[in-house]
Ligand binder design. Sequence first.
Ligand code: ZN
Length: 597
Amino acid sequence: MPAHDSVAYRICPVDPAAHLFEITLTLSQPQTGQHLVLPAWIPGSYMIREFARNIVWLRAAVDGQPVGIDKQDKHTWQLGAVPRGAQSLVVTYAVYAWDLSVRCAYLDATRGFFNGTQVFLRVEGRSHWPCTIYIAPPPAPFGEGWSVATALREHGKRGRGPHTGFGEYEAATYDELIDHPVEMGVLTRARFEVRGVPHEIVLSGRHDADLTRLSRDLPLVCEAQCAVFGDQPPPFARYVFLVNVVGEGYGGLEHRASTALLCARKDMPYPGMVEATEAYIGFLGLCSHEYFHAWNVKRIKPAAFVPYDLQQENYTRLLWLFEGFTSYYDDLALVRAGLITQQQYLDLLAKTVSAVARSGGRQLQTVAESSFDAWIKFYRQDENAPNAIVSYYQKGALVALALDLLLRERSGGTRSLDDVMRALWARFGDGREGLAEDALPELVEATTGLDVRLFLKQATASCDELPLARAFKSVGLRLDWKAENKSPSLGARLGSEGDWVKFVNVYTGGPAHAAGLSAGDLIVACDGLRVKAGGLEAVLARRKAGDSLKIHAFRRDELLTFEVRLAEAPASTASLSVMPRAGVGAVKGRQAWLRTG
Ligand code: ZN
């Protein structure tokens, strides 16, 4: 019997070989017609994913007697007639879990992972009830040496014996329940504190990571992010980085007191590593990004997310703020923490500047539009994406950068984007209310005394270029552009398929487009000579802009011929350098911005 006014869940990795979790939901005071619903999407990943498709069977019983339960739509079940005075409803179901990504659920003989959105049915009308969650170990012979890692709160007393983490947990509401992913398996752990709050990094998967290095570097990242919001401890009782280490993979999803990360083995620091590798810096940047989200989007939210409606799209034009600003602060924290040098940071910034400059979509879509259409465009990119979409992550990060440097310059170094983040935190940090779609300019003005309406309008609601060169100049930095290499350009991104050179993207307005080539075309030969995967660069290196090149290519099974007039490679690679004769004000501004002074 569940406690009065509570929902009890029990989850067991019952059949690791078949990738099945079995879940039992127990509810007091069941009612005829009760609805049970599984979310269609997971906060932080803005796409309808219809998680209910992974429920393979489901049955219900009231006070021990089977009771009818029927589907009402793709993710809703409705309970049949329940006798008067019924005490408890038990719903048992199995969830197929075979998705390695951070937004889903996974189970095999080596590990289990789930987000609550995949496995816990919501009892409609009772989302505000407290929940208990019993996490059971897999049946023998599985589960040898397994333990559990999650930021869920442990509930009640634990049995004797080693503390494996299997047992009972609690959450105040359904919303909290589904915001704590759970990892289980043979785990490697390291613990550290940030401003007195316990933090843990937990690795699953095969790895040779240097845990000492991670527990030395990560606290510096976390401290730099805390500092953006003032001198308070971070807004959670403890924090867990759940890291699944695989051969190839990348991803992260933010939660209120944890993050689920997927990374490649080469991203981990190895014992004896002296200089941080580019891959490891990338990993630290990912940790930094998700950690910053604990403030920005998990607590400071757009009004459209208060509360979430997990059955359908939740539209906001502000993802450039919630993802873009977070992307700006992720690498910024690394230089502020002293984990990368000023020049390493400038190189990372230059990469983002180049990426935005190369996307033709920036001339067609604003970051506000990109945010709004994330559900059908950014999260569902196809071969035409570079021509049609601007990334609200990348351009959003540059909006943050330009805004930060603008505030610093106009206020003579007394105000910055950090002040804006602190104001957002003070106003919306308790999560009760969200930021209205058009409220940022006013909040910036109230905080800094500066009117940035025009800047924000142009930066987020138009396709005008951001005033980056000017912004960089204000802190004594020079932005230069050059072509990626000396060879002429086809105006396309090329890849391979087996032994073939393949057009991955064909850029609107480029030579390949003008000649009629399309994404998916496979090159057979150039000027009558066979070209194999990796061989086209050598062909282009011997040509110059203005030359024409006959390309023979397969489209499906049809052999076609195209006459391409090669163009000058565009100067779309940005670089940033320190201006040798910058004024004292600019140099001081830069030091204050990067905390390198
Ligand atoms: Zn993010």
